[in-house]
Every structure is written in C-alpha cells, then in structure tokens.
Design a protein around this ligand. Structure first.
Ligand code: RFL
Ligand code: PHB
Length: 388
C-alpha cells in the first residue's frame, strides 16, 4: 500500500490530522495499535480552548460539541478552604468548553468512518523505516501477516510511549523532562457536579480537582504519591479523601456514588526537540507532555496538528517546503509557553515532599497575590483559555 502521509496513532492528534488532510485532498492512512473501543475507553481530558473548538468546527465535527458541551466562563481556585473565582469572561471576555476527549475522539472517528478513509486498528509491531532516506515506510503485522505502507511523510501521533520518537537516534533529539513525585487518582461518577465551575483545590494533604463531563456526570481527582496503586482505593476511601481536601460547604454538597472508572495518571513535564527528523514529524503527546493541571495536553496536540496539516497541505498541494521546514520551530514556541503555565499551576496547587514550611508560605503568598491582583488573574485567565 502507498499513501502520501502515514499517520501513526489514532488518538485525537492522529484523527484530527487525518481529517484536515482529507478535507484538503491529501491522502493519509492511520495505523493504530489498539482497537477503537480501547481508544474510546481511555478517560482523559475534559477542557477545550477556543482554538480547539474552532478547529473542530473547521473540521466539520463540532456539531455535537456545541449541542452537548458546557461553556465555562471561569474556574475556582481554593487554598486550604479559601475560595477564589477566576472569571475569564469578565477578565478577558473569553471562555472554555467542557467536552470530554472521549467525545472529541468519537466525533472524529465517526467522520473518518463516514468518509471511507483508511484506518488500520490493532496493528502489531508497528515499525518505521528510512525516515532519513528516499523510501520512508511503515511495517506492521495484522492477523499474523506483515504489511508495508510506503509514504512521503510519517506523522508520529502515537503518544508518549509510541514508537516514532523512540525510533529517532538518541543523538538527534534533545529531551527536557521533569517527573513529579505524584500522580492523579481520577474517578468518573454518574452524579451531578458539585459546583457549576471546575474547582482546583490546594490542601496540605494534596491537590484535588472537581471537574465534570455533563450535568449528570462528574470527574474528580486527588493527588496521590507516584507509587500508589489504584487497588488500594475503595470508592469510600476516595470520597472521604476528596471531602477532606475541599472546603466544608463544598464537601457537604458533594454527591458521591459508585465509580464507573478509576485510574491513576502519573504527572510529567516533557519536551523533545526538534519535532522533525527527515520525513518524520512528531505531534501531540509523542512530542511533549504537560501535567494536566493547566488542561493543556489535548489543546496543544490540536494546535500542533493544525500547524502540521497546514505545512503538509502547503507541501503536497502548493509544492512549497517552507511550512514543513519551519514546523518544529513554530510549534515549539507555543509548546514551551504551555509547559510553563502547566508547571506553574502544578507548583502552586500541589503538595511536594520537599516543600516544607517555607514553600507552603510561598504557595499561600502566590494565592493571596492572585486574589488581590486583577492583572495576575488576567494572566492566569489568558493562559488557561489558550494563548493565540
Ligand atoms: P494519545 O491520546 O496518547 O494517542 C496516541 C495514540 O497512539 C497509539 N499508539 C500507537 N499506535 C501505533 N503504533 C504504536 N507503536 C503506538 N503507540 C501508541 C495509542 O494507542 C493512542 O491511541 O495522544 P495524542 O493524540 O497526542 O493526544 C494527547 C492527549 O491524549 C493528551 O494530551 C490529553 O489527554 C492530556 N490531558 C488533558 N489535556 C487537555 O487539553 N485538557 C485536559 O483537561 C486534560 N486532562 C489529560 C487530562 C491527560 C490525563 N491523563 C490520563 C494523562 C487528564 C488526565 C488524567
Ligand atoms: C478533566 O475533566 O478530566 C480535567 C479538567 C481539567 C484539568 C484536567 C482534567 O485541568
């Protein structure tokens, strides 16, 4: 088989890239290691920036998001029970959309299926070849048979643990990484959200987040040590711990229920540079990871593939290499700003083993500064809703 762009990974990055290329008449095949149901079963992001909403609209897959998503004009921060509303609408006249990554993925999958473009799921031993040479290609195994896909370009949209970045010789890539000594234990529950807005709470026992998927489904997280095991957390233990970390009025109105999903996600900041190696281009979590505190991962993945699609369309439709040549430099600027914001939100709101009494006072001072400064709140708002 032959295609212009071979996309590795059918997460939101790979699917969106495939959709944008298809709209422009550029041929692309997606190769994914897992099954469609497995991909849809991963519960991840919940917050979309305006740029992501616009991209879903441009890709012709925004209808359900507008019908079912929840527009949020702000968030609440809490520090040891004290509450602070950050009103995006008032501060900068913008908002975000609460609409699950699962739903974004489903909408993109449906559009791809309807258009009849090729996606290969449950591909084993996906291997990339000759990205530095004249015949880039991908081999994979399916039902015991090995197949080859030749192409002009490979798009590595295969997440942090994917094969694409791992195939680049070590000396060709520089990585920047910070692994946090904690993760987020998340619970999904069919109960109405505890508040209209998301609550990001700092507590001496650790961070907590109250989020949602709809008016009847909530998503909650608590910070846990990175070696924690999900088996150690009964639903009762989770709800007790969450209530302890919220202010008493919020804890009182929290509606607990049986979890429908429970998992632990490690927290990490990571960037690989550059994002292009010959005919291989990295995008999304394959290129960078942010801790989820700033709700940036999915949004960054979307802005990467928007830029990559534009560059590839320029190359295949207009015959100019300018876009592909500048892709890495261009997207890294935005990536590092999102890395900074996500690291800052994480530092403000989590309890670190090494924080100590001095560190806690600094975190408190940061919260008090935010509470008293419209410019500080404006800066938070501007980053949270997404930089241009
Ligand atoms: P994905 O979603 O990991 O998809 C990569 C796909 O590649 C496949 N794959 C392979 N396919 C073929 N061959 C191989 N060798 C392969 N190896 C892997 C995988 O099976 C998978 O289908 O990456 P992508 O598309 O770059 O998307 C990135 C986002 O998923 C991620 O950044 C966000 O989920 C991060 N994130 C959040 N982002 C936001 O913008 N807002 C949020 O509110 C938000 N909350 C979160 C989050 C991530 C979380 N976790 C679990 C890490 C909350 C959490 C808890
Ligand atoms: C979520 O709803 O899963 C979510 C929301 C906001 C974040 C991270 C995760 O910052």
């Amino acid at each position: 088989m032959r295609t212009q762009v071979a996309i590795v990974g059918a997460g939101p990055a790979g699917l969106m890239l495939g959709r944008l290329l298809e709209q422009a008449g550029v041929d692309a095949v997606i190769i994914e290691r897992r099954s469609p149901d497995y991909v849809l079963g991963r519960i991840r992001a919940g917050v979309l920036e305006q740029g992501t909403m616009d991209l879903l609209d441009a890709a012709g897959v925004g209808r359900r998001m507008h019908a079912e998503g929840l527009i949020h004009g702000g968030i609440e921060l809490a520090f040891d029970g004290d509450r602070l509303n950050i009103n995006f609408e008032k501060l900068i006249g913008k908002h975000v959309m609460v609409y699950g990554q699962t739903e974004v993925t489903r909408d993109l999958m449906d559009a791809r299926r309807d258009s009849g473009t090729i996606s290969i799921y449950q591909a084993e031993d996906v291997t990339i070849h000759d990205v530095d040479g004249a015949t880039p290609r991908i081999t994979y195994r399916k039902h015991g048979v090995t197949h080859a896909l030749t192409c002009d370009v490979i798009a590595g949209c295969d997440g942090f643990h994917g094969v694409c970045r791992a195939s680049v010789p070590e000396q060709a890539v520089t990585t920047f990484e910070r692994v946090y000594p904690f993760g987020w234990l998340g619970v999904l529950v069919d109960r109405p959200p505890v508040a209209d807005e998301l609550i990001y709470a700092h507590h001496a026992r650790g961070f907590a987040l109250c989020s949602m998927r709809s008016s009847t489904r909530s998503r909650y997280y608590v910070q846990v040590p990175s070696n924690e095991r999900v088996e150690n957390w009964s639903d009762d233990r989770f709800w007790d711990e969450l209530r302890t970390r919220l202010n008493p009025a919020t804890a009182e109105s929290l509606e607990a229920g049986p979890s429908i999903e429970k998992s632990i996600a490690p927290l990490r900041s990571f960037v690989a540079e550059p994002l292009r190696f010959g005919s291989l281009f990295l995008a999304g979590d394959a290129a960078h990871i942010v801790p989820p505190t700033g709700a940036k991962g999915l949004n960054l993945a979307m802005s990467d593939v928007k830029a990559l699609a534009e560059a590839l369309i320029e190359r295949f439709v207009e015959g100019s290499a300018a876009g592909v040549d500048s892709y890495s430099t261009k997207v890294l600027q935005r990536i590092w700003k999102a890395e900074r914001f996500s690291w800052w939100m994480t530092s403000l709101l989590h309890t670190f083993p090494e924080t100590g009494r001095f560190g806690r006072r600094i975190q408190r001072a940061e919260f008090d500064y935010l509470a008293g400064s419209q410019s500080a709140q404006g800066s938070l708002a501007e980053n949270y809703v997404g930089l241009p």
